[in-house]
Design a protein around this ligand. Sequence first.
Ligand code: SF4
Length: 475
Amino acid sequence: MRVLRVPPDFEVWRTMAREALREGWAPEQMDFQDNTVPAPMNLDLSSTESPQSRNIEHPFVPKTFLESAKLGAVHRDSDRWNLLYRLLFRLQRNRELMRVEIDDDVAHLKQMEQQVRRDLHKMHAFVRFRKIEEADAAGKPQEHFIAWYRPDHRIVPLAAPFFAERFAIMRWTVLTPDETMSWDPEAKALSFGPGVGKEAAPQEDELEDLWRTYYGSIFNPARLNPSAMRNEMPVRYWQHLPEVTLLPVLMQQAESRVATMVTRQSRQPSAAPFVPEEHTLPVLRAAMPSCKGCDLYKYATQVVPGVGGAHAPLMLVGEQPGDQEDIKGAPFVGPAGRVLRQAMEELGIVDSNIFMTNAVKHFKFVQRGKLRLHQNPRSGELNACRPWLAAEIEAVKPKVVLCLGASAAKSLLGGTFALMKERGVIKPTPYADQVLATIHPSAVLRARDEQSRDSLYQFMKDDLALAYSTALGKT
Ligand code: SF4
């Protein structure tokens, strides 16, 4: 057995693995040991064995493997380097191996990848900074924001870009037991250092009160579910969160606050009372025509439910049915739909991989003579109709949701979403894990000249290509 001790660095392992493949070492002859775990007492790094496989000078390394491997490499599973080598070795014989989801090695790596993604998501959500005053190089006082956090896996370098972007103008440091990362806002540079214990972090500051005020104002008593909270935010994360001290009081007050919300909300339009409990497409389709969740049903010809693959990996969400859609009862059958179809055809998108729907299910218009002119839905109408959209997402369970246009984006990505600034960026939402937005095809039709029409069309097509390949697991 050839034993190699691997530091927690994917690139170092990659070099070792390439060398091992080049020399012809089979996975069963190799033991890539995690050097953050103490070595066994009798460790022997010399090997009398000879390589038993063929030499591979130029290994085949598909992007799907590389991306999963980079995430798997930061998992704390001490056998991860051996798993990665085994997969890399097997990929030389079976180039499609990463598509075989029932393969034990592939499934193991996917599971590790998922756990690391979840850990990253938690770190992004639960790091809380405390402010200290310190002197800069010239002796002038400057603010420094410091947080302490214990991630499950060694994710600090992967988490760093998020904090660098989110807190670009602050001088900050995140301390963890594995590694420390710091951001210098003047040099716009990240730096990394050794890990430290919690005692190195500053104690409570005035930001704690700000956090508590903020949390108190966004706390939704109607969603109070202590066991779900414990699952979503296990107790070990609570140590990072100043708002936790508020929870007992907020929980006590939850019942009376819910009663107040119910009274207030009963005055707001919503499709919720019309959405059946069973979220399957046939049941939703059957129930939708009876919706009177807002006033739009009074003027439109009919409700227009979503159509497409029942388990499509990609869901396209438009704004609302247009004139043609209202008459025919199907989404995207008018001029904008033709633009969308053209982009889909050019990208080779298969119909069964798509589910098409709208954020609002009834056509909103003003009558001008014989013409019915489209009107944008108000946020109250987007909110009212969202329960249908959420139920369709739950029924289809798409891997990715692509919102077409600002209204659909606001419905799923929030009222402050800025389409031209944030288009093409995949974000997690409470409705689906991967949601992004792009231009609505009708914006392409309305472009003021040919040049802007071409560039808007290209934006839409690029985002559609990204959404589709992500939905198929190709990026
Ligand atoms: Fe119901 Fe939506 Fe139609 Fe309003 S637009 S009536 S909420 S289906």
